[in-house]
Design a protein around this ligand. Sequence first.
Ligand code: BGC
Ligand code: NOJ
Length: 817
Amino acid sequence: MSKSSFGYFDDRRREYCITRPDTPLPWINYLGCESYFGIISNTAGGYSFYRDARLRRLTRYRYNNAPFDVGGRYVYLRDNESGKFWSPSWQPTKHRMEKYSCRHGMGYTIIGSTYGKIKAETLYFVPLGENLEIWQVTVKNEGRKPRKLSLFSCVEFCLWDAQDDSTNFQRNFSTGQVEVDRGVIYHKTEYRERRDHFAYFACSEKLAGFDTQRDVFLGPYRGWENPAAVERGRSFDSVAHGWSPIGSHHVKLSLKPGETRRVIFVLGYHENPAGEKFDPPASQTINKQTVRPVIARYLKGAAVDAALESLRLYWDRLLGIYRATTPNPHTNRMVNIWNAYQCMATFNMSRSASFYESGIGRGLGFRDSTQDLLGFVHMVPERARERVLDLAATQLASGGAYHQYQPLTKRGNNDIGSDFNDDPLWLIIGVAAYLKETGDWSILDAPVPYDNAPGSETPLYEHLGRSLRYTLDRLGPHGLPLIGRADWNDCLNLNCFSDTPGQSFQTTTNKDGKVAESVFIGGQFVLAAHELAEIAKRRGQHADVKMCLESAARMEGTVLTQGWDGEWFLRAYDDSGSRVGSHECDEGKIFIEPQGFCVMAGLGLEDGKARKALDSVRKILATKHGIMLQQPAYSKYYLNLGEISSYPPGYKENAGIFCHNNPWIMIAETMLGDGGQAFDYYLRINPSARESIGVVHRCEPYVYAQMIAGKDAPTHGEAKNSWLTGTAAWNFYAITQSILGVRPTYDGLMVAPVVPPAWKGFTVSRAYQGVRYDIMVTRKGKGNSVRLTVDGRPVDGNVIPRPEAGVTDVAVQVVLS
Ligand code: BGC
Ligand code: NOJ
């Protein structure tokens, strides 16, 4: 266990335990891992949704609130003798309480405290396979007197479409409808017309009352901190007609000294078949036949216990696939627990719902999702396969890609469109990762359409070829790839020239796009072309191998001449053909992205350019809080550069520490053999290693944030936009595959560690293609060369040979010297 002023890691339980409620920012967790999801903060704030955070929002949440986080899954307790009431999760009543704690674990959160000798704790989670969440409230009388208490639950329902819900009041104040039946509150707004789904909120105990109309429950001019019903100790039994439907139960509890009671609430989502919506059929009453058994099951303690245990086993399995024991505790807990867990959150949420993503933005990003694959493919290979095929089906016949697609319809998003010229290349990188992990070569022959058009199918393999050709068909004056609307850096908008407030930098294009070129895409192309050459070789498609290698070599030559600035790789050429990211520039002289990606692609390894580029990164971009995106920061708006210069210096893409691309530099350093430097960079942004500076860092110490403010910002070191970022996948990849060096290849598991010279050794246990490899690395010398002994037999090279059929456990000894 380690401690900071806000909490500590409890690695044994795979939890982060927060010990005071007033964290610098809300520190959140995710509930659910299939279709039903929730976000929950350390004071029980947040909301729930079914599959789509915009279109099927179950509970209401107001972003950018003051305080930051109000509205959530609240319970209130009231002492019926003294009339005192409080919320055990601190918010919303904010009483001074004893022993507050919030334990965020794998798919569950437990929040509790003690107030006036009453200990209360709520466990929140979503059982596997169900579209519902459980709140299990445990109340204990720790005093010497019998106590009479009231317990109130409360959620505010969202009228399903979260965007409409927060804007269309002239309609929405009149549409709300509920039913209360046998103690269960049903939220059925719009069920009378085009919806076949409703929400329900049930309680295991006999009710003393209920409320479903927000303003009756709260009372006029009151907020969540002192609802009228709670204050007076009795619900109003209100039935919502229009306005704002809520769900609140009132339960009375008498507790003897030492007595504990558990009360279970179930909040869920349910769909009825179109013809069976009503019961009786001619009525307007919800047919509850199909949902009643589900509700009844989870109102029983034994079912809750069993569901929680299944969830624990689910995470045991996922997190057991890659386990490391290194001399560094921050590495161990991030790799074994939190970084992997965050990768699954990016798989489930993409960039939709967090405390920084409002859930109403549309779509799954093409480049985001293809990169996220790198972090979760080993945990959920079958779902990764589906994701790959869905993404590829939105590709255009030209090889271009819709920048986003809709997860519900799986169609490309026309509003955003295409022309982010890095997008298609990520598909190759993602598919290569999938193949190396799974060995499932059949995916390449799967018929996949273009733009989802029936009849346009080709094998997936052909999609990869078109991705590569897309770049080759779009080369600029220097022979480098044209950048289009943007490459990885969404804010470097070289064809936009926007002078109109509110215009989208990403989708406004005022130039014909035939001049501005990206050195980053040049490096990315070389890397992707080598990946595809390797794939083609193994399929025996020799002409393709030749094409890939030749075009890679040509691009490599171009980047090394046209894309080299003297001490580092250039970033781009703008629409007037001027250099971006060059010593010639007044600001933005050096950018991180091409240094990382060009070296990762193997550029400049031989002639010293790679070393030079990385040395420049260390000298100019590295800070103790991580590596900045560029320097010097743009101090004014540059029409020819776009959004990057719209941010004040030090934030986001304008010289912030963009944690997503720091691992590219770590990987590049390992390619040059400098494990000490790579690991040093790794620790600078490792959230656990930053736990002790929580007051500066402010975001959760258990997950990566997208950005840490750079040195030009007044708040240097402050993190923002935690959870949903490509940072999760890339850091997981960098530490597990490049630094610890245990990586899947087409020929088997490779062991090529590039770790700090001071490390005496480490172990990795890795499940891979049906075999468990227990790898023990011991350092004998200071270098990175590897000697393998597999099940007692010395083996040449650094790839573990696949064992004979039937062998499921392999022991590998590795000597590093
Ligand atoms: C952000 C980028 C993001 C882009 C597209 C910009 O405002 O700074 O990080 O990629 O929007 O969503
Ligand atoms: C966040 C976006 O989700 C990602 O696609 C982009 O590469 C980075 N920002 C950098 O702009």
